[in-house]
Design a binder for this molecule. Structure first.
Ligand code: AMP
Ligand code: MG
Length: 337
């Protein structure tokens, strides 16, 4: 029995950010990008909201053309085809996301790893080809450390792979970066109050314009993804969730989900079902939501406590909820059963 949950999350999140969507007076636009739905909701009082939305979505499309693994001529696919043992020139956006990803690889001790594109393709989770690979296939693709270098020749950034098995994949961070970049464009257009939602990523700007209060964001219950497990109140912060319910297939009653543990090559199994991170940058949240999922509660919370102005809500496989020490700054309220 196989079941794909690929489309559950985007539909749910439109509802999840319903605090904004309820308000018919708000300006909302949704487009399909990066394999999910991207929704931006603005105050109707904004000056020329259509121009702001046009520009923000144009920037998102530009970034999709760079980072998409499914667009054949994306920059990502070009780099993956040419960077083994030769310097390959990349765009500033590519260099920036790679450099941030290498940082998160380092501080998560490889739990977040942007070099496992071949392993991700091998499993094919979220595609028609999803299947359990053989142990030998998995072992042959386990990542080496320090296999990607990023340098500058004074003119352009250069990327080089020292291992033939390396394929970059930004599935765990690109949406966060896109949200941050859309926010920049909206700000440049004078937008102060807005909410951007891409799959499990939500970025808030300012306040809910009609309530004149922080935005209320629902956190999906990974054990019942059409429900929320709780809410947080945020203003000018991102809230990003990773979970085992987003993309998966089931075989003989076992769920194989899309967050892989790079140390084993199998779906991460560290006792968590969902991780939500709150921080100013959506990119930071996105990298950390994936890293903490792989690390598990103890190591994951230790990492979050080490980072300034970053909080986490972890939903354990047994349904218990664990939070980082500063979570009350965001008025986390758990829904009581
Ligand atoms: P997220 O939903 O942000 O946790 O990202 C999960 C996506 O990132 C997966 O669908 C894969 O494309 C990719 N991915 C899976 N495992 C990892 C990992 N350990 N490190 C980095 N990217 C990963
Ligand atoms: Mg992520």
């Amino acid at each position: 029995m196989r079941r794909s949950a690929l489309f559950i999350l985007p539909i749910y999140l439109l509802f999840c950010t319903g605090c904004a969507a309820d308000d018919t007076a708000m300006q909302t636009r949704t487009e399909a990008l990066m394999g999910t739905y991207v929704t931006v909701t603005l105050s109707p009082a904004s000056t020329d909201p259509q121009a702001a939305l046009d520009a923000a979505f144009a920037r998102a499309q530009e970034l999709e053309q760079i980072f998409s693994p499914t667009i054949a001529d994306s920059e990502l696919n070009h780099v993956n085809a040419s960077a083994f043992s030769q310097d390959t020139a990349v765009s500033e956006d590519f260099a920036h996301l790679l450099s941030e990803s290498l940082y998160y690889m380092e501080i998560s001790d490889g739990a977040f790893n942007c070099t496992i594109g071949k392993l991700i393709d091998l499993w094919g989770i979220g595609t028609e080809d999803a299947h359990v690979p053989t142990k030998a296939e998995i072992t042959s693709l386990l990542p080496e450390t320090n296999s990607v270098s990023l340098s500058y020749d004074g003119i352009v950034p250069l990327v080089r792979f020292s291992d033939e098995t390396v394929q970059l994949h930004f599935g765990a961070v690109a949406k966060g970066y896109i949200a941050d970049e859309m926010e920049k464009v909206l700000s440049e257009h004078g937008i102060e109050d807005a909410i951007i939602s891409l799959g499990g990523n939500v970025l808030t700007m300012g306040q809910h314009p009609e309530k004149q209060a922080a935005w209320t964001i629902g956190i999906t219950d990974p054990h019942s993804p059409s429900d929320i497990i709780g809410t947080v109140q945020v203003s000018g912060m991102s809230v990003v969730t990773s979970g085992n319910y987003e993309r998966y297939f089931e075989e003989n009653g076992v769920r194989f989900h899309h967050i892989l543990d790079p140390s084993t090559g199998y779906p991460a199994n560290a006792g968590l079902s969902g991780t939500t991170i709150i921080a100013a940058s959506s990119l930071d949240c996105d990298a950390l939501s994936t890293a903490v999922y792989v690390l598990g509660a103890e190591e994951g919370l230790a990492l979050i406590e080490f980072l300034p102005d970053t909080e986490a809500i972890l939903i354990m496989s047994n349904g218990k909820v664990r939070c980082s020490s500063g979570i009350e700054n965001f008025t986390f309220r758990q829904v009581m059963e």
